[in-house]
Design a protein around this ligand. Structure first.
Ligand code: 13P
Ligand code: SF4
Length: 319
C-alpha cells in the first residue's frame, strides 16, 4: 500500500508538471481507475473516451486503455501529445482486421456504406464512412438503413449479428471477435442462475448470440453500469470484462456482481473475463510514460485527415 501511495503521489506531481490529464477505460485495473478518479480524469466507455480529449485544456493526454483508444485520441486531437502507459496493448478485433484485406473487401462492394467499430486501426478507420462504438451501433445502423444504404460491418461479427437481429437489417460482415467476450458461455450462466435465481444477467454485445439471448440487459459498458444501478435486482451476473466491477460497485452500492462463467461447468474462471491488453496498464508505466515521454502515440498525418471524418461523424451523431 505504501508503494502504491508513493506511485500515486508521483503521478499527481507529474500530471501537474507536464500539463497532462488521465483518461481510462472501465476495463483497466481498479488501481488505474482510482488514480484517474483522484486526479479528476475521466473513466468511461470508448465513445466518451474519444470525446473527452476534445474537451480538455491540457496539452498532454495519458490514455490508459488499448492502442485504438490512443490512436483515436490522437486523430481527434492532433495538436496534443497523446501518451499511453504501453504501446503494446492492442485488441483482437484490431489485429483481426488488417487494412489490406479489409480495403480489398470494401473495394469488392463499392455500393456499400462502410461502418467500422472503434476497435480498429487508424488505417481501417480512414477507409470507413462511419465509426461506431457499442453504445451507438444500433442507432447508426438504423439511421443508415432509413436512408436505404447497404452496410459493410467490421470487424466484430458478434456485435454485427446483434445489430442484425435487433434491427432486421442485413449487413455484409467481417469475421472478427473479442477474445474476452467470445469466451462467455450460456450454459455456465444458466447453471449459475440456478444458484442465484434472482440475479439479472448483464451482457456486452461483443458476446456470442447464445449469451446475448439470455441477457436481461445488453449494452455498452456505460449502459451496463447504468442498468446495474437502475434495475431492482440485488445480484448481477456480468458478461463483460471484470474491470467494470470497480465502477459498477460505485454506481450500485450494496449490490453483488458475479463474473459470468467462461467455461461450460458453471465454475467461474478467475483468469478469464479480463482483457490481457487492458491489464498491461499500471501505475508504474503511467509514471514512466510521463517521465520519459515514451509511449507517445503517433499517427501518420495523411491517415489523421481521413480517419477524422468518420470519427467526427460518430461524435456529432451521438452529441
Ligand atoms: P465500450 O466501452 O464502448 O462498451 O467498449 C468495450 C470494449 O471492448 C472496449 O475495448
Ligand atoms: Fe479488444 Fe476485447 Fe480487449 Fe476490448 S476487451 S480491448 S474488444 S480484446
Amino acid at each position: 500500500q505504501e508503494q502504491k501511495d508513493q506511485y500515486k503521489a508521483r503521478i499527481k506531481q507529474l500530471l501537474k508538471e507536464k500539463d497532462a490529464c488521465l483518461v481510462a477505460h472501465y476495463y483497466t485495473d481498479a488501481i488505474v481507475q482510482e488514480i484517474t478518479e483522484e486526479t479528476g480524469g475521466c473513466i468511461s466507455d470508448s465513445l466518451e473516451m474519444a470525446r473527452y480529449g476534445t474537451t480538455r485544456p491540457e496539452k498532454t493526454l495519458v490514455v490508459a486503455g488499448v492502442k485504438f483508444m490512443g490512436e483515436t485520441s490522437k486523430i481527434l486531437n492532433p495538436e496534443k501529445r497523446i501518451l499511453m502507459p504501453t504501446l503494446e496493448a492492442t485488441c483482437s478485433l484490431d489485429i483481426g482486421c488488417p487494412i489490406d484485406e479489409f480495403s480489398a473487401f470494401c473495394d469488392a462492394h463499392p455500393d456499400h456504406e462502410v461502418v467500422v467499430y472503434a476497435n480498429t486501426s487508424a488505417a481501417v478507420k480512414a477507409r470507413a464512412d462511419w465509426v461506431v462504438t457499442s453504445s451507438i451501433a444500433l442507432k447508426v445502423a438504423e439511421h443508415l438503413a432509413d436512408q436505404g444504404k447497404k452496410i459493410i460491418w467490421a470487424p466484430d461479427k458478434h456485435l454485427g449479428d446483434y445489430v442484425q437481429r435487433e434491427t432486421g437489417i442485413e449487413m455484409l460482415m467481417w469475421d472478427g471477435a473479442c477474445i474476452v467476450h467470445e469466451e462467455f458461455k450460456a450454459k455456465g450462466i444458466l447453471d449459475l442462475k440456478k444458484v442465484y435465481p434472482d440475479a439479472a444477467v448483464l451482457v456486452h454485445p461483443e458476446s456470442p448470440q447464445s449469451v446475448v439471448e439470455i441477457a436481461d440487459a445488453v449494452g455498452s459498458t456505460t449502459q451496463l453500469i447504468k442498468a446495474a444501478a437502475e434495475m431492482p435486482n440485488e445480484t448481477f451476473i456480468v458478461a463483460t470484462d471484470r474491470g467494470i466491477f470497480y465502477k459498477m460497485q460505485q454506481a450500485a452500492p450494496g449490490k453483488s456482481f458475479i463474473e459470468a462463467p467462461t467455461g461450460g461447468s458453471g465454475a467461474t474462471c478467475r483468469s478469464c473475463a479480463h482483457c490481457p491488453w487492458m491489464a498491461m496498464n499500471g501505475l508504474e508505466n503511467i509514471i514512466s510514460a510521463l517521465e520519459t515521454g515514451e509511449g507517445e502515440v503517433l499517427v501518420d498525418e495523411a491517415l489523421i485527415e481521413d480517419a477524422r471524418r468518420p470519427l467526427q461523424r460518430m461524435l456529432d451523431f451521438s452529441a
